[in-house]
Structures are given as C-alpha cells and as structure tokens.
Design a protein around this ligand. Structure first.
Ligand code: AHR
Length: 501
C-alpha cells in the first residue's frame, strides 16, 4: 500500500471560499431548457411549466449562481425576442447550434426559475452581433426600478420589481473563430471596456466578467488576456477561463492527471492579470471566473448526426462514467486550492447538456459527476487551509510527476468542522494517508464518504440510476491528534471532522 502525508496549518489560510465557485450553467442548447428545466404538460411540471423533479435535484446540488443564456448561443442572442407575451415571440434560426429557438422560455421565465432554485443569475450580454446599446438596454430592463422605456416594459410584462442581476458576462469566448462576431483581442478589448463603462454608469453595483481565452490551447492564449486587460482593466472585475477535458486516448492515468493542466492554466492567467496590474500601476486586483469547466467528449460523434434546424435535440448529452467523476473531483480540489483568485466557477452545464442531471419524459437522475460536485458544494464552505501533499507520483503524457493523491482541506469555523477532499488516482493500490491535526483539539471523524467503482467506465442511467453512488463506510480515524485514513484505489473521498464537545 502506498503512503502519503497531507500537511496543513490552521493559521495558513489560502482564502475564503466564495460560494460562487459552486456555480453552474444553463445555455439555450439541446435539452437544457426545453425538457430539462422547463416542460409544460409534463407530469412533474408546475403551473409555470418548470419541472419539479429537476428543481429538486438542482436544489440538492446547492448551486448559488447559474450562468445564462450562453455560451455560444449568446453571440446571436436577441433578448427582446424572449420577453412579453409568449405567443408573440418570434422563432429564430439559432446559428451557434443550428437549431430553431422558439423563445417560448426567456429572460423572465429564467428569473422565475432562479428564484425557485435558490440561485442568483449570472447573465451574459451579446457582444457578437450586438454591442454597447443592447447591453445597456437589457441591463435597464433587468435592473432599473422604473420610469424608463425598458424598465416600464418589464413592468408591462408583469415584473414590477427589478430582477437585480449583479453579475454580468461581457460576451462569450470572443477569441473563438467559431463564434458569431468573433473578434481580435484589440477589437474585443475596446468593445468590452466601452460596454463595461456604459453598464456601470447605469448600475454601478454590478460586477463584470470579461472574456479570457476559450481554452489554454488557443494560439492567442496569453496575448489575448494581456491585450483585453490593457483595454479593460479598470472597468471589469473578473477575467474568464474555460476548459473541457477528454479521454479520447482511453488512457485513464493520463486523463486523471488533467487537473494539473487546469492548475497551470489558472496560475498563468493570474500572472497575466498581475503583470497588467503592475504595468498600469493599478491598485485593483482582477480575479478569475472559471465560468465553464467539465469533462466533454462522449457525445461528440453523436452530435454530428443531429438533423439541422430541429427543436431542442439531444445535443451534448454526455453520459458520464466513474472516471469522469474522479477527474471532476480533482478539478474541484484545484479550484479550491486557487480560491484566493478564483471567485466564480461554473460547472458546464447543469441539466442534460454535459450535465450532472439528466431528464427524460419519465424521470430525472444523477450522473456520476453529480456526487463530487454535491459534496464540495455542500461540505466545502468556509475557508481553504493551505494544503500540501507529500505523495509518490507517476508520469503520464506531458505530466512528469503526477501525485497519486490530490487533497485539500476546508474549515467551517462557525460549525467547528473540517472537510478533507481527496482523490486517490492509483488504479492498483489503496493508500494510507496521515495528516497532523493536533491544532484542532477535540476534532473527531464524523463522516467518511467514498465514491468508487470496480469499473472505471460504469455509468448511471435512468434504468440503473445508482450504479455509481457514494457510501459512508470510508476507513479513517483520529489517533493522537493525527488523521489516519485509508483511501481505496481510484476513489473520491470526503472526510468530515467535527469538534466533539
Ligand atoms: O458549454 C458548451 C459550449 O462550450 C459553450 O456554449 C461555449 O461557450 C463553449 O465552447
């Protein structure tokens, strides 16, 4: 059995966990909205057409913020098509995903749904086909109390109170050639700063996210960030990062190492932000919004067969397996380790489309990746202790030394509890892990949740929804102030320690 040590100190704090790192994403794409969160006539639908079964799972996940309405969709988004009487709303050819968008579900319906789900909205404005004027109009519609054209229009539509949306994205992935209205860094930087300026004149209480690169592999990565920040540094609050990983090579050790790439991506973007800060002699710090992250590859072949211009087709419906859940767990650990700079993160996406929750006409169920997200979102609140891991490592692909163990510790002072999140990436051996916690006198192990499976490719389906599900029989104990745990081979572990009174 391999051995590893986790080292921490209660006075070495990485930062507070901003709860918004447990955000998610609903795009007008595939069956995320239609048949996902909204399906009038379905036996589970409420009077507004919202699916109660989906809502219950979203609430279980405890998602504090949901990004909307895209994604690539936002670059052709006409928000005014989506408000007012539903029977008067135009259907449009949606160019990002080659489908027909009926606009039956729109901005106000999403605001209603968000209230029910207990999440804030992270709204995106269209900087692909549109610009400053459209951004200030939609902001006026959403946030202005009344007495102006767009705020009064909202009232006519039945919404007397403003939606008060505090977080806004300035477009989506504008560096990507696939984007409608794709821009150079100079063009986007200029447009982002002008838009940000106008939006903050209208509502200075909002926070703005500018687009970073679509992923760290873009040719323009680095230069894009520096140029955009050169223009927009003082007008924006966050820079975005996106990443999706795959196991196309069917190489599990290498796949499970990919959160190291995410770690490096974050550190690099932090460096660029701070370089521009230095260059501008600015007092302001730009933080990060990792507003799209996940595993995405299982559905790519099936998506090539979709009939163009259909309505709400089965698009991007990845069926996640057990090893995907392990990588998602490791990615969550990486995000937590960077909580001093990553303040927002959105698991992309939430329902049906590369999602932890799936629905059909007959039910809703939890995919494998639901569980690590659930555990982190519900048990990883408070602050992050700087957590060092001393573990043997392996080499895989471009990664020379991948520790077999990923771990991070969060502390919830109010509830006098600690949570250790840990992934054992070893496919062959269990691991003995120890952590000196003598600074936490009286703390005892309260729970040790484990997610594992003999079959790395095991999946949950509607017919067999619990094939991959956590159990609470993890092996760990406190001995002389030291946590001693055995982490099973290829497992996600959540150890909760509580002060015993
Ligand atoms: O989440 C799916 C798509 O991935 C989003 O629409 C886009 O922003 C990204 O490329």
């Amino acid at each position: 059995m391999k051995k590893a040590t986790i080292r921490t100190d209660r006075y070495f704090i990485t930062g507070d966990v901003d709860k918004r790192i447990y955000g998610s994403f609903i795009e007008h794409l595939g069956r995320a909205v239609y048949e996902g969160i909204y399906q009038p006539g379905h036996p589970q639908a409420d009077e507004k057409g919202f699916r109660r079964d989906t809502l219950a799972l979203v609430k279980e996940l405890n998602v504090p913020v949901v990004r909307y309405p895209g994604g690539n969709f936002v670059s052709g988004y006409r928000w005014e098509d989506t408000v007012g009487p539903a029977d008067k709303r135009p259907a449009r050819a949606e160019l990002a995903w080659n489908v027909i968008e009926t606009n039956e579900f729109g901005l106000n319906e999403f605001a209603d749904w968000s209230k029910l789900s207990g999440s804030e909205i992270m709204m995106a404005v269209n900087l692909g086909t549109r610009g400053v004027d459209d951004a200030r109009n939609v902001l006026e519609y959403c946030n202005f109390p009344g007495g102006t054209y767009y705020s009064d229009l909202r009232k006519q539509h039945g919404y007397a109170e403003p939606h008060n949306i505090k977080l806004w994205c300035l477009g989506n992935e504008m560096d990507g050639p696939w984007q409608i209205g794709h821009k150079t860094a100079e063009e986007y930087g200029r447009l982002a700063t002008e838009t940000a300026h106008a939006m903050k004149l209208l509502d200075p209480s909002i926070e703005l996210v500018a687009c970073g690169s679509s992923n760290g592999g873009m040719k323009t990565f680095g230069e894009w960030e520096a140029t955009v920040l050169d223009h927009a540094y003082e007008d924006i609050d966050y820079l975005s990062l996106h990443v999706y990983y795959d196991n196309n090579q069917n190489n599990t050790p290498e796949f499970l190492a990919k959160n190291l790439d995410m770690d490096d991506f974050i550190s690099t973007v932090v460096s660029i932000c701070d370089y521009v800060k230095g260059k501008k002699h600015s007092k302001k710090q730009i933080n990060l919004s990792f507003d799209e992250w996940n595993v995405w590859y299982h559905s790519k072949e099936a998506d090539k067969l979709i009939t163009p211009w259909s309505k709400a087709p089965h698009q991007l419906e990845d069926v996640y397996n057990f090893e995907d859940a392990l990588l998602v767990g490791s990615m969550l650990i990486t995000l937590l380790k960077h909580c001093d700079r990553v303040k927002i993160a959105c698991l992309a996406q939430l329902v049906n489309v590369i999602a932890p929750i799936m629905t059909s006409d007959t039910g809703a169920w939890r995919q494998t990746i639901f569980y690590p997200f659930l555990h982190a979102s519900t048990l990883g609140r408070g602050k992050v202790l700087t957590t060092l891991v001393d573990a043997p490592c392996y080499s895989a692909g471009k990664f020379d030394c991948v520790p077999y163990l990923d771990a991070v510790i969060t502390e919830d002072e109010e509830n006098e509890s600690l949570t250790v999140f840990a992934v054992n990436k070893d496919l062959e051996e269990d691991m003995e892990v120890s952590c000196d916690l003598r600074q936490y006198e009286g703390y005892q192990v309260a729970r040790h949740i484990v997610l594992t499976n003999d079959d790395m490719k095991a999946v949950n389906t509607e017919a067999a929804p619990n094939t991959v599900a956590p159990h609470e029989n993890g092996v760990s104990k406190m001995e002389d102030g030291c946590l001693q745990a055995v982490l099973g081979k290829h497992s996600w572990n959540v150890i909760v320690l509580k002060k015993v009174k």
